[in-house]
Design a protein. Structure first.
Length: 79
């Protein structure tokens, strides 16, 4: 997966950010935008929007969503 962080407000100026309807309202979530320059999905933290965003390919985003819906991330991580 390719990851880039971009804090430039110009790059995300036209983005339409969406937050899940399942968000608890405590700002512990992410926002997603598919309206970006280039074939990317942008993701940012709602607690610190000014920190910028991470972009990934639409295929990587689809794989992540599929894994999340399939329960891949349901168990706590162990070290």
């Amino acid at each position: 997966m390719t990851k880039s962080v971009n804090a430039s407000p110009v790059a995300s100026h036209d983005a339409e950010w969406r937050t899940s309807s399942y968000t608890a309202g405590d700002s512990a979530c992410v926002e997603v935008s598919r309206r970006f320059s280039g074939p990317v999905v942008a993701v940012r933290d709602t607690k610190d929007r000014a920190a910028g965003h991470t972009t990934i390919s639409p295929d990587a985003w689809a794989a992540f969503i599929s894994a999340a819906k399939g329960g891949t991330f349901d168990e706590p991580f162990t070290a």
